[in-house]
Structures are given as structure tokens and as C-alpha cells.
Ligand binder design. Sequence first.
Ligand SMILES: Cc1cc2nc3c(=O)[nH]c(=O)nc-3n(C[C@H](O)[C@H](O)[C@H](O)COP(=O)(O)OP(=O)(O)OC[C@H]3O[C@@H](n4cnc5c(N)ncnc54)[C@H](O)[C@@H]3O)c2cc1C
Length: 372
Amino acid sequence: MEFLSKYFKEFYTSRDILEKYSIDYAYLSPILSSKRKLPKAVVKIKNEEDVKKIIELMKEYHFPIIVRGNGTNTLGATIPIKEDTIVLDITSFKGFERKGESITVFPGTEFNEVGINDLPLIPTSFYMATIGGFVEGGSLGFGSLKNGAVWDNVLEVEVYTLKGKYTLNGSDVYSVVQSAGTTGILTKVKIKLVRKREGIEILKKSFNSLSEALDFSLDLLGEAEFISIRNYPMAKEIEPETTWGKWNVIYGIDSEKGFQLRDIVTTFAGAYFTVVSKTKLPYNSVDIPLENLNKIDTQECYIDAELSKSSGQYFSHTYFIGCSNIPMIGKQFNLHTYKINDRVEEKRLKYILDFKRKVDPDDLFNPGKVDF
Ligand SMILES: Cc1cc2nc3c(=O)[nH]c(=O)nc-3n(C[C@H](O)[C@H](O)[C@H](O)COP(=O)(O)OP(=O)(O)OC[C@H]3O[C@@H](n4cnc5c(N)ncnc54)[C@H](O)[C@@H]3O)c2cc1C
């Protein structure tokens, strides 16, 4: 792979760098982290010309690649699992332009750089994630209760594949969104904007029963940017100094008081991630229709129900930590598999699989992460 150093100034093969790029935030999962291999080399990609060059070289030398943003995904999406993988660090490929009701962004741009006031949704990792990484690997976040999931808000994507460059819009964007880099290199994305928020205020309310917490939350739908329903153990673990009830609703609404960013980060940023890191307990999540949410009523383990909307449907993205029984009252969102088949819903998965078969039959883009 030394030939790559002829074309790219930033080309790395030292052991410490390869170690760093062999793992992402999936270090939390013993199952996922046990699968990692060292990449062969790391290359920094700075612009579209670099992407074109890599594609040319892939065609000639037939090597596998993984594109990497800031590596904050928790699902092993940037862990190499095949030998001889080249990791492309795309974090220097930055820039964005707001025009009318949309924003067009180069993939390495971070949420911090764009500002979060008018984006329809942002991941709770907004202080460290790239926008390209969120589009390729994320799903829900602040704002998704009002505005839907990432795939509901992407208007257009530009992607480089071994069969050429594609500009996709309408439902064709599903071929790329949440595909974890398995269908090509995302070079540009156009996202809907929403009315500028002046701020988000975080409020908390405690209840003696789950049914009261649910009734209160259902009344907030349409008004809140996010709602998280936590049982006592979960709420206490995240914020030990607050007095909590059996069930607690933590919610964010638009406010003239500005953004309580610190609160947003400490209260919400990967709440399950924080609790699992502290307790080391087993964890998983289930997407539960709201009408079944009354069945999660226990204080014996940690539960966090994050209300969301995807393709017009409300549901709860629910984390269970240390629970001996996870109620199967929805669709499991498996947090211990890197295969996107296990989390992308059928309708959108079909777009990804069809596109993958067309542009990458040899599985060189993030190999092993999708069965097709
Ligand atoms: C504390 C914490 C909170 C989080 N909160 C949320 C949340 O609220 N909602 C949510 O959905 N996720 C959340 N996540 C996980 C989340 O998916 C990421 O934080 C974010 O979406 C990934 O951004 P990244 O730049 O780190 O991408 P990476 O992890 O580097 O990459 C993610 C995927 O995208 C691919 N990729 C990246 N760039 C490109 C490109 N240009 N072309 C092709 N493929 C590419 C990668 O190969 C990988 O498959 C959280 C994680 C943490 C640690």
C-alpha cells in the first residue's frame, strides 16, 4: 500500500495511529470490539479531488476502504473487520453553504461549525460528530420528535462509487443514508432547515407512576424538541444530585432563554452510554410503539425511553440496561451488531441493498458491514 504515499501527503502506517483507527465508540461493546483488526494504513482525504484519486486507485488495486468521520458511532461502523483495509479520515473535507430553506455540507463538517439553531435534528453527540458521519451512521436526535429521523430530512446526496459519481434525491437518498459507508464515499449532502430556534430550555417533572408520566409526555408531543422518560435508577445515575420520582420526564422546548448547551450535553449526550460506562452492565434497545410503552414498568434495572418520530410515526427508542428481561413489545435495535441489516427498516434497506449490488458487488466499501 506504500503506493498511496505517492498521492497523499497525509498517509500513516505507524502502529499507534493504526491502533487509534481500529476502534470507535463501540469500545463499549465487548462483542463489537473483539472483532476489530488493525487497518493497513490511514489516509487523510481533504477534498473531492482526493476522493476521485482514491476511487481510481481502488479500481486499479482493488483494496477495501472505510471512510471515517470522528469515529463516535457506537456500533462498530468504522472498525475494520477485513484484512488490508485502508481507513480514509474525511474530517478535513469541510465547508457548508446555507441557501433558502436548505444547507449543503461537505462531509467532514462538524455540527459545531454549522451551529444547531436551524438544523431539523442533531445527535446528542453534536459537540463532536461530523455531519457526514451522522447522515451515514446516525438515526435520531434532538428535534426528531418534531422533525423526524435523519432520512426524513436529507434532500440530496452526492456519492462516489466504483461505478461513477451519483447525485441522488427524493427517496433515492435512502440508498446512502444510514448505509454506514457501505455504498460509496459521501462528498456532499443537502439537508432541510427549520425555523431558527432562539434556544432550548430543559425541564424536568417527576411522577409516582409510569401512566402519569406517559399522559404528561403525550400532551407534549408536537411542542417538545425531545422527551426522555426515565425510571428512578436511570434518572438518579445520570443526575445524582436531583430529587427524582419513580418515573421522570425530561424534556426540551423552544425558549427565548437561549441554548442550555451544557445541560443538553450532561443530561442527554448518550445517556445510555454514560450509564453503561459506569456500571458495565449488559445493554440493548427496542423501538416501541407508544401504545405499548406502559409495559416497561419496572424499577429493577435502568430504563430510558426517548420519544421520537420516523417517517411520520411516533415511537420510543428505549434503552434497557442491566435488565434480566427485555420486553419484546417492539422492534429490537441491536446495539451489538455492526451489520446494518439488523437496524435499517425493510423499506429503506431495500434501497441500500439494490444500490450496493449495482455499485459495489465486490464489497470494497466498508466490507462485511452489510449482507447483500
Ligand atoms: C455520547 C454519544 C451520543 C450519541 N448520540 C447520538 C444520537 O443522538 N443520535 C444518533 O443517531 N447517534 C448518536 N450517537 C452515535 C452517532 O451515530 C454519532 O455520534 C454520529 O452520527 C457519527 O458521527 P461521526 O463523525 O463520529 O461518524 P463516524 O462514527 O466516523 O462514522 C459513522 C458511519 O458513517 C460512515 N461515514 C462517515 N463519513 C462518511 C462519508 N463521507 N462517506 C461514507 N461514509 C461515511 C462511517 O464509515 C461509519 O459507517 C452518539 C454517540 C455518542 C458517543
